[in-house]
Design a protein around this ligand. Structure first.
Ligand SMILES: [Cu+2]
Length: 444
């Protein structure tokens, strides 16, 4: 279903008229309050951050596909804010990205977002503010939450559903292997606690548990495994994959989601955590405890893990033809020791990147070439795309809204211009998006 722009504007005008005349608006379906929070992630370890409704993650929003929702957001911080509804096909002004024209919410102010959640699946919401050198702001903070858009019919081949969010805390600038700088962190959490300091996920033998996992880190890619178990990947970025596969570990770049099903067939107390020991020690993990089992949570290294999106895709047979190919070349500009690099798309940094005009209804192919030594989890707003090739290998049927384009690699994704309005494209790595790695598509 396409969004009717006139209808949307009409609703906004009616709301404005109501406000002027002093009528009370009907209560919103959801209310989010953005406010400072002291978050204790382990005894004595307190993070000073900003979050939604005093919790990390913010409240799970679960809402039927196609049913309009009204969400009031109140900003109780001293900086302008906004909320982006990641992965949803909604109008630019409701999308929560200032680059697309969505309004900011002034300190002390309030804004009602109104849209019709779609498509069904695991989406999320988060601030889309600028952090720059302030590594406490935007996605370095606790401003994120899960948004599950319920399909009309839930396949539901599982007994228990668990949402997990990964986040990294207390960022500072640090040196990478080369001379370039990036964010480094003191702690990691799944949910609001470090490994060993929160409530375990409690399961029973014989259950099939569906984990919906979001990497809400501002900059880090995480690898995750459940000791003693394999996981079947059934969806990526909330969309069912054509070829569900069993894997020993999953890789999640910033903003990516996976839905994995685990057959609980190995009783014990286990660690579901980062595959790398230093990250587990920093806190990235959670305990999974079978009923009736006690003792110290156990970890086992999974076999050497690799990540290949292609194994979850279909072959070539259903591949569509794109009307227009848009070449995008990613490069960095080293700015000296102790400073973040600048990022360029086709030789230009945002806001000087070209605005690319689209024609509604056409199918576009983004042909991306990463000429840098960093991976880039690229994200397209307000649309989903189909991955059509990675490093020259063609594929079809894999629908996502974030895709890692590997260092010195290539990738192609197709999308149909089916949701008119300004559409932001950017790297979801905060130090990249804040330093030039953004551009806009525009169509009416
Ligand atoms: Cu990037």
């Amino acid at each position: 279903m396409h969004v009717d722009r006139r209808k949307f504007l009409g609703m906004a005008a009616a709301a404005a008229a109501a406000a002027r005349s002093g009528w009370a608006q009907p209560a919103a379906d959801v209310r989010l309050e953005i406010a400072p929070l002291k978050l204790e992630i382990a005894p004595g370890k307190v993070i000073h951050t900003v979050a939604y409704n005093g919790s990390v993650p913010g409240p799970l929003i679960r809402w039927p596909e196609g049913k309009p929702i009204a969400i009031d957001v109140v900003n109780k911080t001293d900086a302008p804010e906004l909320v982006h509804w990641h992965g949803q096909w909604i109008p630019s002004l409701q999308d929560g990205a200032m680059e697309e024209g969505s309004p900011m919410i002034a300190p002390g102010g309030q804004l009602r977002y109104e849209f019709t959640p779609q498509p069904a699946g695991f989406r999320w919401y988060h601030t889309h503010g600028y952090a720059g050198h302030d590594l406490k702001k935007s996605l370095y903070s606790g401003q994120f939450g899960c948004f599950y858009v319920e399909p009309k019919q839930e396949p539901g081949d599982f007994d228990r559903e668990v949402f997990l969010t990964l986040h990294d805390w207390n960022a500072s600038m640090g040196g990478g292997a080369d001379a370039s700088m990036d964010a480094v962190y003191e702690y990691g959490t799944i949910g609001d606690r470090m490994l060993g300091h929160g409530e375990p996920v409690r399961v029973k033998q014989g259950e099939r548990v569906l984990f919906r996992v979001l990497n809400a880190s501002a900059t880090l890619t995480h690898w995750l495994a459940l000791a003693g178990h394999e996981m079947t990947v059934v969806a990526m970025d909330g969309n069912a994959v054509p070829a569900p596969r069993k894997v020993a570990a999953v890789r999640l770049a910033p903003a990516e989601r996976v839905d994995v099903v685990v057959a609980m067939d190995h009783p014990g107390v286990w660690v579901l955590g980062e595959t790398r020991e230093d990250y587990r020690k920093a806190g990235t993990g959670i305990v999974v405890e079978y009923a009736g089992q006690t003792g110290e949570a156990r970890w086992q290294d999974p076999p050497e893990a690799t990540w290949d999106y292609g194994i979850f895709a279909s072959g070539l047979s259903q591949q569509n033809h794109a009307d227009t190919v848009v070449p995008l070349v990613f490069k960095s500009k080293f700015r000296g020791h102790g400073e973040f690099d600048y990022w360029m798309i086709n030789g230009k940094s945002f806001p000087k990147t070209d605005v690319i005009p689209l024609v509604a209804g056409k199918r576009y192919r983004l042909a991306m070439k990463n000429m840098s030594t960093d991976d880039h989890p690229i994200h397209l707003h307000r649309h989903s795309f189909e991955v059509t090739s990675i490093d020259g290998k063609a594929m079809s049927g894999l629908h996502k809204d974030v895709l890692v384009v590997k260092a010195n690699g290539t990738a192609e994704v197709d999308f149909v211009a089916s949701n008119p309005g300004d559409t932001l494209f950017h790297c979801h790595q905060q130090t990249h998006m804040d330093f030039g790695f953004m551009m806009l598509f525009r169509y009416r």
